[in-house]
Design a protein around this ligand. Structure first.
Ligand SMILES: Nc1nc2c(ncn2[C@@H]2O[C@H](COP(=O)(O)OP(=O)(O)O)[C@@H](O)[C@H]2O)c(=O)[nH]1
Ligand SMILES: [Mg+2]
Length: 181
């Protein structure tokens, strides 16, 4: 029985992909961040030029499930790399930045691209940086996302808190294995 899964963390630069994979990986994370020469963002001075890679093993009923975690380059490069990356992909975590004005557009863009090419791959939406919103903003965001992507399970995540990411990985594993794990 296959128990080795390729999981993609997809989202724009700065959303928290590298932080999230670092937080849960039990193996040394391989990152390809380099100093940025052009300014996409004022807050960050590194950007992902390739992939992050980490590993997360879940033990269930005496069986180990290895989740291979890949941080996928932001939207700028997504269109070019997507076909290659999705090969053998078992599950997708779509990371969306709660503080970014393009949050809903991002979700529409990614869910449409993904549905078109791999409509059956289990996918969940992880909303990052919600700690920077107030309660009302969070409620408004929740209803906009429900309208846009209500058919995907949604989680509020803090990339710096490993248990919130582990929850998402466990949910995704359930979806992949059909609750066998
Ligand atoms: N406040 C807050 N900051 C976060 C959260 N997730 C990530 N960050 C911060 O966002 C910045 C960019 O994260 P990074 O992992 O480099 O993003 P990447 O470009 O997607 O790999 C880092 O300084 C993180 O600490 C979150 O949920 N809340
Ligand atoms: Mg990164």
């Amino acid at each position: 029985m296959k128990n080795d899964y390729k999981i993609l963390f997809i989202g724009r630069t700065g959303v928290g992909k590298t932080t999230a994979i670092n937080a849960v990986s039990q193996s040394k994370v391989i990152a390809t961040d380099v100093a940025m020469t052009t300014g996409y963002s004022e807050q960050k001075n590194t950007t992902t030029v390739g992939l992050d890679y980490g590993e997360f093993t879940v033990k269930h009923s005496n069986q180990n499930y290895l989740m291979r975690l890949y941080g996928v380059p932001g939207q700028e490069r997504f269109a070019y790399s997507w076909e290659i990356l999705q090969k053998g992909c078992s599950g997708i975590i779509l990371l969306a930045d709660a503080t970014h004005k393009s949050l809903v557009d991002d979700i529409i863009y990614y869910t449409n691209s993904i549905k078109k090419s791999s409509g059956v791959t289990p996918m969940v939406i992880a909303i990052m940086k919600h700690d920077l919103l107030n309660t009302l903003e969070k409620q408004q965001l929740q209803s906009r996302i429900d309208e846009t992507a209500g058919d995907f399970p949604m989680f509020w995540i803090d990339a710096r808190a490993s248990e919130t990411i582990e929850n998402v990985l466990n949910k995704l594993l359930h979806m992949i294995t059909g609750s066998g794990a």
